[in-house]
Ligand binder design. Sequence first.
Ligand code: AMP
Length: 521
Amino acid sequence: MTFEQLGLSKPLLQALAAKNYSQPTPIQAQAIPTVLSGRDLLGIAQTGTGKTAAFMLPSLDRLSANKPQVLRPGQIRMLVLAPTRELASQIAASAEAYGAQMKMSVGVIFGGVANQKSVRTVQRGLDVLVATPGRLLDLVDQRAVDLRALEILVLDEADQMLDLGFIHALKAIVRLIPAKRQTLFFSATMPKMIKQLADTYLTNPAEVAVRPAATTAERVEQQVTFVNQAEKTALLTMFFQDTKIDRALVFSRTKHGADKIVRFLEAGGIGANAIHGNKSQPQRERALGLFRSGEVPILVATDIAARGIDIPGVSHVINYDLPNVAEQYVHRIGRTARAGAAGIAVAYCADDERAFLRDIERLTRQKLSVVPLPEGFVAAVQAMKSLKPEPRRAPQPNQRNRRNESGARGHARDPQRMGLPRNDPRQDMPQGEERPRSDGRRRAPHPATARPHGERPAQQRTEHTHARPTTDHGRPQAGGQRQGSGGQRPAGNGGTRPQGTGRPGGGNRGGRPSGNRNSAY
Ligand code: AMP
């Protein structure tokens, strides 16, 4: 099967050739003819399957076939709604690349940048607008966008949008769009709520599914190591010292946890950056840029920040904290093993995460292979205890990283820095003699004997409590249950708005998260 056979126009074929896409991916082969025919589409696919091109290529052809002479100010012809800034940027970049020969106007808007900039983006009208729901509603409020003549609506990563509490924002937006339109709806998973939403918005859709949501990419080699929560940093440091990686994504459940991991890795001589909701847009872009270029090939991310990130060449995904919703695991490990490459997914499972592991294995219908703690681990834990990572003064994308980076693909410049005598079997033995440490404190007792497995220092316990909030942005709770009123504005988010703004849909901001700045993620 070729792109030509799918019925795409010449300018698109040229753009695809320029990108060296020789063959359509399965979702493209299924979706492109359907979308070209004007039919609605329900796509069950996750990032990495080529779904962006699956909806963008045929849409561009349809838009170009009826291109009006001029657009009204603020007029949008195709709207793509995406849950995160990163995904929105990527989709817009793809649209520009695919539509390069067609003179299509493409714009992207999302929160975190000056509102005026977004207004300028849309003011002359656009063929394609990619937006996060919150920022789009801001512009609707200001009457800066005109959706009345919208021809194509795409909802990308619908499940993530619901998880992020965008449901009311979504509904408010769809109310402004003509019923006579083409709707393309994509979701990696299809729980009941998503199915209901799809039924509401789609008319007689064709369904394409490239992989059942519960099936994990077969090419990903999946491993789990059982380890105390407090000892995960030592394990991770050893991992990066001993393993050749191309690029590794490390998943932390919280923003605070992500920063802490970066500090510990740095203390062990390993350069890494964090990406999460507390980072500014330039910081995120910089961290992603350094990751993409391979200059800092370790990125520590929260699930929300990592959503939709599409970076080829991720060789390892480390589940530093196991996700409390099993589907999230599938999303995470889908970042590796792209485009035929083999990938490795490593999970660190603490005692109180075993239930999450069971959920994951049930969902994926696979047992993760158990990898024991590495030789020398006990000594590494001891050594880590003597390392005191300095808190960063400002959460800048780490300039030091580049200097720290040995360029040795994630290997520490100085593997001995943690005091690990390599290949010395004695390092696992408790020390017979306790030499006083330079700081005068006693050496930490042997972790395997001094502390029952799973028991953590108070600080660790506190963090973990943070990690599983009982109320949050309508996100799934542990055990997969959602808050009953999914999508309600989180309490105390500080995002109070004046009532009666004239917003369509009753002015209800509708649980639009006020950015992640106040959340643990
Ligand atoms: P997506 O699932 O849309 O995020 O796409 C995943 C990655 O696959 C992106 O880097 C695309 O540029 C790439 N891609 C999409 N379609 C193809 C194709 N037919 N051949 C090769 N790469 C592709």
